[in-house]
Design a protein around this ligand. Structure first.
Ligand SMILES: Cc1ncc(COP(=O)(O)O)c(C=O)c1O
Length: 391
């Protein structure tokens, strides 16, 4: 069967690079992408270098690695070399970006949405103690965020519009065009949480005119934990003085100068402390594969397979929470089935990898390595477990 499908779908040739997709029904790339086979060898080389070269490893590759990996990610999001900083996770990346923004009245508002990822909402809440005024755009029916509501919330009091590109609960894709245009019109910055987009939904930071963008390695990029990233528009970067900073962001870190801080003029400006070389080494493998395939190719396949999942969902009478319109739906299909927690646990125990989120239900995502017959199979397995959990 695999051979027949491969004939029609060249992306299936990548399956040999992802052992997990052969041993499981892998529908969890919105949460943890499958591990590229090559990570094992990359990490072996890393440990060997550490053991054999010791402190010299910094000059022999480690110090350059974060910028190299950031540039690789930059290719996926249309960012210029040197404009993407690798950090530990996306919350840290947002924290660094926010620390470079002034929240002094009268321009002290942060516009976000009620559906943004909780980690970011906690950060935004914290900014209220530093003078920011939070404008949280509520969701409409079905947890949908309407771009009109965001545009209406932006005015001359807005310092930053901090919103997700693809919503983590519902997988709704927000059309950023008008939002970014409105922010620019009033002189506000844009900070986009693109974690659920990058590697799944194509985006081009330069063409879109985005100021800051954050995300991480764990999900669609198949990079494993420990690598977040921050894009900063190059025209903006040299004027910014992030308060969340550290010695690695200094122009001459090895002068061990006690201050005042002199931020690096180049790509280290938004670094903090010692970079996570092991996790960036692992992340590079997945980033490289996604960059080679190209997100538009991944997106075309995702739209085809999520369409197929929606057809099955209708056939089985499931309530679909994620959007149906192609331009609105991200890479994940969300099914509000009764007792979703139990259904999820039962399926995980049978090597069917998916997750569930309170209030919305099961989240299932195909990725570039998914076969069409697996799409059919996973939907059948869900149908059977829903029936068992709800006798
Ligand atoms: C949209 C979105 N933003 C942020 C995060 C969290 O990122 P991190 O754990 O890297 O801070 C997630 C998921 O974990 C997410 O789905």
């Amino acid at each position: 069967m695999a051979t027949t499908h491969t004939a029609h779908d060249p992306l299936l040739e990548w399956r040999t690079e992802f052992p997990t997709v052969e041993s499981t029904l892998h529908f969890i790339s919105h949460s943890l992408g499958a591990m590229p086979r090559s990570v094992e060898e990359a990490l072996r080389r890393y440990t060997h270098q550490w053991k054999a070269r010791g402190i010299r490893a910094w000059e022999e590759g480690w110090f350059a690695l974060p910028t190299e990996v950031g540039d690789l990610l930059g290719r996926i999001i249309g960012a210029a070399p040197g404009s993407v900083t690798m950090l530990e996770n996306s919350t840290t990346a947002q924290n660094v970006a926010l620390s470079a923004i002034d929240f002094r009245a009268p321009r002290n508002r942060l516009v976000c949405t009620a559906e943004d990822f909780p980690s970011m909402l906690y950060l935004y809440e914290g900014l209220e103690r530093r003078g920011a005024e939070l404008v949280r755009v509520p969701a409409r029916e079905g947890r949908t965020i309407d771009e009109d509501d965001i545009v209406a919330a932006i005015d001359e009091r807005t310092a930053v519009v901090a919103i997700s590109h693809v919503m983590f609960r519902t997988s709704q894709v927000l059309d950023l065009t008008r939002i970014v245009a409105r922010a620019r019109e009033v002189g506000a910055r844009t900070l986009i949480d693109a974690y659920q987009a990058v590697g799944s939904v194509p985006l081009d930071v330069e063409a879109m005119g985005i100021d800051f963008l954050t995300g991480g390695s764990v999900k669609w990029l198949c990079g494993g934990p420990g690598a977040g990233y921050l894009y900063v528009k190059p025209a903006l970067a040299s004027a910014l003085k992030p308060a969340v900073t550290g010695w690695m962001a200094h122009e001459r870190p090895f002068d061990f100068d006690s201050g005042p801080m002199e931020w690096h003029a180049g790509p280290r400006r938004f670094w903090v402390g010692t970079p996570g070389i092991a996790s960036f080494t692992a992340a590079r493998e997945g980033f490289d594969i996604v960059a080679r395939i190209g997100t538009p190719t991944i997106r075309a396949k995702s739209l085809r397979q999520t369409e197929r999942m929606l057809a099955r969902a209708d056939e089985y009478g499931f309530h679909v929470v994620s959007p149906r319109a192609p331009e609105r739906r991200g890479g994940t299909v969300v099914l509000d089935v009764p007792r979703a927690d139990r259904v999820c646990a039962a399926l995980l125990a049978q090597d069917v990898l998916l997750d569930f989120r309170p209030d919305v239900g099961l989240r299932l995502a195909p990725h570039f390595y998914t076969r069409d017959d697996e799409v059919d199979l996973v939907m059948k397995r869900v149908r059977d477990e829903v029936a068992k959990a709800n006798p």
